[in-house]
Write a protein that binds this ligand. Sequence first.
Ligand SMILES: Nc1ncnc2c1ncn2[C@@H]1O[C@H](COP(=O)(O)OP(=O)(O)O)[C@@H](O)[C@H]1O
Ligand SMILES: [Mg+2]
Length: 345
Amino acid sequence: MVKSQAKEIRAYLLKKIPVHPKNIVAKAAKAFACSRTTVHRHLSRLLRDGEIIKTGTTRQIIYFLKTEKNKKILIPLEPSLKEYEIWKENFSQDFESLPKNVQDICEYGFLKMLNNVINHSEGTGVIIKTKWSPESINISIQDDGVGIFHKIQKSLCIKDVREIALHLSKGKLTTDPENHFGESIFFASRFFDDFHIISSGISYIRKNLDEDWFVETTKYKNLPGTGLIMRIALGSTRTIQEVYADYQHKNSEGILKFDKTHITVMLSKLPEEGYVSRYQARRICLGLEKFKSVVLDFKNISTIGHGFVDEIFRVFQLKYPKTKITFTNTNDDVQFMINNSLSQE
Ligand SMILES: Nc1ncnc2c1ncn2[C@@H]1O[C@H](COP(=O)(O)OP(=O)(O)O)[C@@H](O)[C@H]1O
Ligand SMILES: [Mg+2]
């Protein structure tokens, strides 16, 4: 082949890969009336030169320009998969121009959520997407495994899958306590502006700017696995360190430990339930003994039952006196119920 045509083919590939990422080989072979082998040879050269990225295997191969920031990458899941290699090879460069605090948050979310897919999903593949806008970056990670809510529900024998949002929001929830701490969803959901999990037809959303949680049923009931979307403004000033500082204390050796949590009481209430009851208190208390300090946030709660207060402030505290429970955002009614119960102890 003449040299100039080789150049032309490679220029064509660089121009058309963003348009035809999946069938670029066929398109180029047709455009230049050459064999697919020839096109593959030029793609290999561009890969070697670091100008393009290739993901997936055999029929699922997709090509990307290295400079192209919106990416969609399909990766078959194998136990040997290293999240840091995927980040380094395909994504880290895109994030280098961001302020360090946003870069750190994106790297944390990417690595920890992909690590979860590798360790917990039991799936066969994962799709990772980054979507850049002038204001923000979206990272989404979708696996085809057993699904996060389903996995936790089975492991903790929880009756209603909608309860899991509450347990996840507390932190220190893991289905593999020998190898894991149960921190990364807790922290990632507080680092990003929006943190969204979709699985088993349930959508679990943390909006940090409004300090709010949303749990909704979605129409995507049959979508397999777990979908995660993390979004942060490119100009966010939040830092990993300041969020850690809210939930960590120094232990006796001066080492910072995650031992404080914040619970939105509203999350313990299922829509069909009336006021906040003893059953909800039991859900709240599940696992709280792992923390030294717990803040119960009564935002949007107008009234609570006597059983709720009794279950938390008497039953749980008698059993686990080392966990200190405080409260915030109480209205007069709620405050009265708590004071009343505490004064009877
Ligand atoms: N992609 C996933 N598929 C299935 N289960 C998941 C997935 N990601 C997380 N989980 C479940 O959520 C739990 C909490 O995750 P995380 O906060 O990262 O804690 P850890 O990984 O330390 O257990 C995991 O123990 C696991 O049961
Ligand atoms: Mg994890």
